[in-house]
Write a protein that binds this ligand. Structure first.
Ligand code: PEP
Ligand code: MN
Length: 358
């Protein structure tokens, strides 16, 4: 074969390659259209029957020189690539994603606008133990100008022998004391059957880390007209966390606050490992407010202030921490709650830190 002939054939192959690129991308675009229709109608992306039809078509029309099995193999690769295209679009199409809504969702609770850019603090005892205990914390919070009080009435405890919380009585105490001091109430609900009852007492329903994938609970709080504070699961990836929020928003409730609270790693110096980079990732990928719980992520009182500074500096909408008038006798999380003077010192430090940043 002459050199010239070889060049000519190669040129022909290149022309076909260019056509193939164009045709494959054209095919990709049509597949994306199909994907969008499927999203609209809630149809599964993977459709084995449709694949079978196309493979049969390849067998019917293939005239060689490629073996039919080889041609089918190539089409399988095209199917896979197309499915990935659709999956990408599906991810971008999540209702909680920035792609679906560019502007921040602002969750307004008791005069605080989470997601507005104004950073704030959510404080309160780990568990509600008594009126006096909650009152002491509420009074200190009020004096610091805070508006959102957390407190557990239903406590998800590792051991069934540990204090499980006061239940309904705890919610009643929270509401009563919060009203005395003009505070909003955030409290965890463990059971879908308790959601309706809780609406009367709380301003924000908390879904705890252990329930991040309790899909019944997520769907239930998705149907109510109350903000939801969703905590990241103990060992949940960011993608799983975002999908948990998606379960809520698909039911109609977009008032969702995401809370990074540390994840389980091999590290034992802290109770969990605070995944600080989750904050900008979640802010970038979703339109929801993102807060950081420094108490449960560190499990160490001495780390509350530095991690709170990190959270504020990295753009968290709020920092959450636990306060108890006498942590040594607290019925839960005794090691990491702040007492009132420590809380005041923490708030004063944070206020001057925030002032320096701006
Ligand atoms: C809490 O905030 O009271 C709590 C139990 O935290 P987590 O669900 O993050 O462990
Ligand atoms: Mn706690």
């Amino acid at each position: 074969m002459s050199e010239q002939k070889l060049d000519q054939l190669r040129q022909k192959v290149d022309e076909i390659n260019l056509q193939l690129i164009e045709l494959l991308n054209e095919r990709g675009k049509v597949v994306q259209e199909i994907g969008k229709e499927k999203i609209k109608h809630g149809i599964n992306r993977f459709d084995p029957e449709r694949e079978r039809e196309v493979l049969n078509m390849v067998a019917d029309y293939n005239k060689g020189p490629f073996e039919t099995s080889t041609m089918q193999h190539m089409f399988k690769t095209i199917f896979q690539a197309s499915l990935e295209l659709q999956e990408d679009d599906h991810r971008k199409a999540l209702l909680v994603s920035r792609k679906m809504k560019a502007e921040n969702t602002i969750v307004n609770v008791n005069g605080e606008a989470l997601g507005s850019g104004k950073q704030t603090f959510i404080m309160g005892p780990c568990a509600v133990e008594s009126v006096d205990q909650v009152r002491a914390v509420a009074k200190a919070m009020k004096e610091q100008g805070l508006k959102l009080m957390r407190g557990g009435a239903f406590k998800p405890r590792t051991s069934p022998y540990d204090f499980q919380g006061l239940g309904l009585e705890g919610l009643q105490i929270l509401r009563k004391v919060a009203d005395e001091y003009g505070l909003g109430v955030i409290s965890e609900i463990l059971n879908p059957n308790d959601v309706e009852m809780a609406l009367e007492y709380v301003d924000v329903i908390q879904i705890g880390a252990r329930n991040m994938q309790n899909f019944d609970l997520l769907r239930t709080v998705g149907k109510v007209n109350k903000p939801v504070l969703l905590k990241r699961g103990l060992a949940a990836t960011i993608e799983e966390f975002i999908n948990a929020a998606e379960y809520i928003i698909t039911q109609g409730n977009d008032q969702i606050i995401l809370c990074e609270r540390g994840i389980r790693t091999y590290e034992k110096a802290t109770r969990n490992t605070l995944d600080i980079s989750a904050v900008p990732i979640l802010k970038k990928e979703t339109h929801l407010p993102v807060i950081v719980d420094v108490t449960h992520s560190t499990g160490r009182r001495d780390l509350l202030l530095p991690t709170a500074k990190a959270a504020i500096a990295i753009g968290a909408d709020a920092v959450m921490a636990e306060v108890h008038p006498d942590p040594a006798v607290a019925l839960s999380d005794a090691a990491q709650q702040m007492n009132i003077p420590q809380f005041n010192e923490f708030m004063n430090e944070m206020k001057s830190f925030t002032a320096k940043l701006s």
